[in-house]
Ligand binder design. Structure first.
Ligand code: SF4
Length: 533
């Protein structure tokens, strides 16, 4: 019997249709789900009493309130948002909801690992005991200090908003090394800008909730920037259509088609890196159209108009400088935006009662350009946004007394008085803030003195720095690298010794301040689980 193509297709179609219409596949799927529940190798929580413990998520700087569900008080099975938290109000993101992976993942590092092969070979690590690991660290630290080489020890920490960074500072003070760095973020350049403009080195905060018109210069408000859950809440309020709700307009000025750009009311795709130029074009429109806060500028701001110093030298004011160099036509040529767009946005920004300019690069995990920060700040100054109770302010620390200072041991004084490695070999910058890139750059080139020991805590600079190759070169020139990572990330893979830290759910920690939050914030992240190391 021959079977033609048509008959074959009819047979296959009939067989598939018949099988789907019969109860067989659904019964098999149901049965296999029941059978697989009892497979011994399938992880499942033990039976017992459920309780919930509150804590704070530490997987990003948003510090959302969480409730961790435990079985018999010792096995965590679920993380959900805590609706009593004043800012996250019950919201968490997918990363926070899957935070148990950091505790139970099979790839978690649970014991110290020592590189016994070539540095960088992930298969060269061998487990050693905590006693051996701590002895090796202690011996190395003691030997370096005895040899008066304390400054050749450096620390990079990813925790900048908590007492842990203060403890690192105290440890380095007592040990005698000036080489302590935190991972870069947007607050680095903002601190410098605020110090230049106001004499106080603090990052800016923004009252998004009270704004009716928001100009975002490259800040990815909806792509995971800083206070992620707060921004989701703010944005959903901006889009609420209930009676009386303020319909805040969002204008995204950015060269990239980000999620924020796609959800904004208006997206101005300027040439990359020209956002600050665009801001000065808007400043021109505000000044020229008299749409700025003249009272605030004359009473509270120095240098807006031309001025003469005590020696009789005249200086150009900001107003004259902007009117000379940043007309919409001039700005249009560089930014790619049309002069009409610049004028229309400038007029709207000037006319709105609560218009706010915010800025940053992407998710805020890199320092910005100091001059760009000053340009965006100037736009807010023109609107009077830095008045008391304005839309922009400087971050306020919680009103706590500082931790007692660690006393420098007398033999460490010489090391502390030494110059930080990034400032020792080249012309010193006028504002030497947190400068991890310069440190790695100096170390990878011809450092003034060699680095013997680099400790990397809660950070993965070999992956997350803007230029990871700088860190890789620096690490290659360091005698010994120690990582405190709990998973084999890019930096841990380059280490000689890995001392795994407790997961955030297993340790006592605190969070001081939230990014861009216009009020003081302090939270204690209580441990909810015994260490599972
Ligand atoms: S936004 Fe950040 S703090 Fe909040 S749940 Fe997600 S990872 Fe955790």
């Amino acid at each position: 019997m021959s079977v033609g193509r048509r008959a074959f297709l009819q047979f296959v179609g009939g067989a598939v249709g018949g099988t789907l219409l019969s109860p067989l596949p659904w019964k098999l799927a149901d049965d296999s789900a029941i059978w697989s529940q009892n497979w011994s190798w399938r992880p499942s929580p033990e039976r017992g009493e459920f309780t919930e413990k509150p804590s704070v998520c530490q997987l990003c700087p948003s510090a959302c309130g969480i409730l961790v569900r435990l079985v018999n008080g010792k096995q965590a099975v679920r993380i959900r948002g805590n609706s009593n938290h004043p800012f996250s109000k019950g919201g968490i993101c997918p990363l926070g909801a899957s935070g148990l992976q950091f505790v139970y993942a099979p790839y978690r590092i649970r014991e110290p690992l020592k590189q016994t092969g070539t540095r960088g070979d992930p298969n060269g690590f061998k487990p050693i005991s905590w006693d051996e690991a701590l002895k090796e660290m202690g011996t190395r630290l003691a030997a370096l200090r005895q040899e008066n080489k304390a400054p050749s020890v450096a620390v990079i920490t990813g925790q900048s908003r908590g007492s842990m960074s203060d403890l690192w500072r105290q440890f380095m003070t007592a040990y005698g090394s000036p080489n302590l760095f935190t991972m870069p973020d947007e607050s680095d350049s903002q601190r410098l800008a605020a110090r230049l403009a106001f004499g106080t080195a603090a990052p800016f905060t923004f009252a998004f909730e009270r704004a009716d018109y928001v100009l975002s210069f490259g800040l990815n408000l909806l792509d995971g920037w800083g206070p992620f859950v707060r921004m989701q809440n703010v944005f959903s309020n901006w889009r609420t259509e209930s009676a009386g709700a303020v319909q805040t307009e969002l204008v995204q000025i950015e060269g990239r088609a980000s999620v924020t750009a796609s959800k904004a009311n208006q997206w101005v795709a300027v040439n990359p890196g020209t956002e600050a130029l665009f801001a000065l074009g808007l400043a021109y429109v505000l000044i020229e159209s008299n749409l700025y806060d003249a009272g605030f500028m004359s009473d509270q701001v120095f240098g807006f108009d031309n001025w003469t110093d005590a020696a009789g030298n005249s200086h150009e004011g900001f107003k004259q400088f902007v009117l000379k160099h940043y007309s919409p036509d001039q700005v249009s040529k560089e930014t790619g935006a049309t002069a009409e767009e610049i004028i229309a946005i400038g007029r709207k920004f000037g006319a709105q009662k609560s218009a706010l300019a915010v800025w940053g690069q992407g998710r805020g995990t890199h320092a910005s350009n100091l001059y760009h920060d000053l340009a965006f700040m100037a736009l807010n100054l023109l609107k009077g946004n830095l008045k008391n109770n304005g839309l922009v302010s400087l971050e306020t620390p919680p009103p706590f007394a500082p931790l007692p200072e660690a006393a420098a041991v007398s033999s460490t004084a010489e090391g502390l008085a030494g110059t930080r490695l990034d400032l020792a070999s080249s012309a010193k910058p006028p504002l030497p803030g947190n400068a991890l890139h310069s440190f790695c750059d100096a170390l990878g080139g011809s450092p003034a003195y060699p680095l013997e020991l680099l400790l990397v805590h809660e950070a993965n600079p070999a992956y997350t720095m803007a230029e990871p190759s700088l860190f890789r070169k620096a690490a290659a020139k360091t005698r010994m690298v120690v990582s405190f990572a709990s998973t084999m990330d890019e930096t841990a893979a380059m280490a000689d010794l890995i001392l795994p830290n407790h997961s955030p759910l297993e340790r006592l920690d605190d969070i001081i301040g939230l990014p861009a939050m216009p009020c003081a914030f302090y939270a204690i992240a209580a441990p909810v689980l015994a260490p599972q190391l």
